[in-house]
Design a protein around this ligand. Structure first.
Ligand SMILES: NC(=O)c1ccc[n+]([C@@H]2O[C@H](COP(=O)([O-])OP(=O)(O)OC[C@H]3O[C@@H](n4cnc5c(N)ncnc54)[C@H](OP(=O)(O)O)[C@@H]3O)[C@@H](O)[C@H]2O)c1
Length: 241
């Protein structure tokens, strides 16, 4: 598949390497192609262009830019180049201020998310949140002793979520579909949680895993009903080898 990668930072580079490894064609979009010279020489199969070039090239678009620049980058990419396409959104609305005791500040509140705003602004693109709450080093083929980590995704378009789910599975994740675009209000702040051990003690080697209970749990309110919906769940950190 042709991948239009909007971005040139660590996330864009890590995901591009993953797509190339799994035999997709990739074009990275940036305002500054010159800064990708060394990376390009190590990844000669990747094409480099403007944001508009990458968006036009991509059958699947990946949004991997600074949160505060996401809207401007999508405008540069061009609404016509995004029309009808799935946009896998790895961005976070991180404010330009330092974290407080390891806790990042966001530009959004809990009634909002960056992805919902982008979806409203570009209604003909099909946004799916994914890959926003794990570090770039663990995005492709993560190796954890407790098994596959969970990729939380959400978005309004079911086929678009299936496409992104296939990417996440190909990259070694299990996928948890958390529903419509509003669920980005919960998935985006998971990046704050993910970063706390990093900022507090330089520990960046972890990912989230959603654990599912197959049978009703005793003394768990409404557990029978929850089990019918797929079982009660618990949440776990998993650590790299
Ligand atoms: N770093 C991680 O491990 C990680 C993990 C999960 C999610 N994320 C999220 O993924 C996104 C990308 O993160 P990153 O660390 O790879 O890179 P980043 O430093 O957050 O962003 C770099 C990209 O943003 C673009 N950009 C910045 N300011 C811009 C502006 N004023 N106008 C247009 N474009 C602008 C740059 O464009 P040019 O190419 O033109 O310079 C570049 O492509 C962020 O939203 C971040 O929160 C990061």
């Amino acid at each position: 598949m042709n991948i239009g990668m909007l971005g040139s930072g660590e996330v864009a580079k890590a995901l591009s390497r993953g797509f190339l490894k799994y035999n997709h064609s990739v074009m990275l979009g940036t305002r500054h192609p010159e800064k990708l010279g060394e990376w390009s020489s190590m990844n000669p199969d990747a094409k480099i262009g403007s944001f508009a070039d990458a968006a036009a090239f991509g059958e699947l678009i990946i949004l991997a830019v600074k949160g505060s620049a996401a809207s401007a980058v999508l405008h540069s990419a061009g609404a016509a180049n995004l029309k009808g396409k799935t946009v896998m959104d790895a961005t976070n609305p991180i404010a330009d201020v330092p974290p407080v005791n390891g806790v990042l500040k966001f530009t959004t509140n809990l009634e909002q998310s960056l992805m919902e705003a982008l979806q409203k602004e570009f209604p003909e693109a099909r946004f799916v949140k994914a890959f926003n709450c794990v570090g770039h080093a663990c995005m492709v083929d993560p190796k954890f002793k407790d098994g596959k980590p969970t990729m939380f995704i959400c978005g309004n378009d079911a086929p678009a979520k299936r496409s992104v789910g296939k990417v996440a599975e190909q990259f070694g994740w299990e996928v948890a579909d958390m529903g419509g675009a509003e669920s980005a209000r919960a998935i985006e702040p998971l990046s704050m949680l993910w970063c706390i051990p990093g900022f507090q003690r330089n520990d960046w080697n972890h990912a989230f895993k959603l654990l599912k209970q197959p049978a009703p749990m005793p003394n768990f309110p409404n557990s029978g009903e929850a089990a019918q919906r797929g079982g009660p769940t618990a949440f776990q950190w998993i650590k790299l080898w």
